[in-house]
Write a protein that binds this ligand. Structure first.
Ligand SMILES: Nc1ncnc2c1ncn2[C@@H]1O[C@H](COP(=O)(O)OP(=O)(O)OP(=O)(O)O)[C@@H](O)[C@H]1O
Length: 265
């Protein structure tokens, strides 16, 4: 389904601040697989997701989604294939628009209808139905500005918006990192349900090794722009956070020195 082959990307080449963000990164993800992605700060996780979504052009290598090389598509063209939820709850929704208007934008993705015609009564019913699953009474607040909602409520809606229309791959970029633990658990459970229901091919970046092991069916670790660990199936079942840390240290031949990653065990 997703086939990334030998991706390289250098920021500010031939300058004192040259950064080799992707160094021959290759990864294949079959359809319907849920991959969790971990890695220390600066490992290249966001850059990789940006390359898949088209926000960042790579220097070399190819990214194919269902056999189609997407490296040459515009961001808009790729938005039909790639759905994404960011860390910042404010990034996925427009605070000045109502809940209904935000959902209408998501509903019109990939369609020729405009926003005005999208806000009709059958769509309103669809919006109420999908909001009901959150059990937050938001289905009765369609006309409220989304800026009135909490970060967790907005992030839950961002997830619903990203998955409202079909796409080939769902990218979750630390989408629960800015939420308090209880709300993060709520959004993660919602994520699991939505991914399972839609059999969605998914990549979820997280700084929490525990989350990485408890969700999805495969875990990869990036380090210095490459995949250095890739565990799934029976190898991953029963793996503990300590095991994962140990494996990383073994693979890299060095001690993991990343407070963020260690603190969020
Ligand atoms: N637009 C940019 N210009 C210059 N350097 C960049 C840019 N984006 C990322 N980098 C650098 O590329 C490297 C990879 O960054 P990236 O954001 O992909 O890491 P990450 O694994 O997502 O890290 P984090 O967990 O801290 O978010 C880092 O050294 C970063 O400073």
């Amino acid at each position: 389904m997703l086939h990334a082959e030998n991706l390289t990307l250098t920021f500010n080449p031939n300058t004192p601040i040259e950064t080799l963000a992707l160094r021959g990164l290759s990864l294949r993800i079959p359809e319907g697989q849920f991959v969790t992605v971990i890695g220390s700060n600066g490992a290249g996780k966001s850059t990789f997701l940006n390359a898949i979504s088209g926000e960042q052009k790579v220097d070399s290598g190819s990214i194919k989604i269902d056999g189609l090389d997407v490296t040459k598509l515009t961001t808009w063209e790729r938005s039909l294939n790639v759905a994404r939820v960011f860390q910042d709850p404010m990034a996925g929704t427009c605070e000045l628009l109502t809940i209904e208007e935000n959902l209408a934008i998501a509903a019109s993705r990939g369609r020729s209808r405009n926003l005005v015609s999208a806000t009709n009564s059958s769509l309103r019913k669809e919006f109420q139905k999908i909001l009901k699953r959150l059990d937050l009474n938001l289905e009765n607040r369609l006309n409220d500005r989304i800026g009135l909602l909490s970060g967790g409520q907005r992030q839950a809606i961002s997830l619903l918006m990203a998955t409202m229309r079909p796409s080939k791959i769902l990218l979750l970029d630390e989408h629960t990192a800015a939420l308090d633990p209880k709300t993060a658990a709520f959004v993660l459970a919602l994520t699991d349900d939505i991914v399972k229901e839609g059999h969605l091919t998914t990549m979820m970046v997280t700084h929490s090794m525990r989350q990485a092991l408890e969700h999805g069916d495969r875990t990869i670790m990036l380090h210095e722009g490459k995949v250095v660990l890739d565990v799934s199936g029976s190898d991953r079942d029963g793996l503990t956070v300590s095991d994962l840390l140990e494996m990383f240290e073994r693979v890299r031949g060095e001690t993991l020195d990343d407070d963020g990653l260690l603190l969020s065990r």
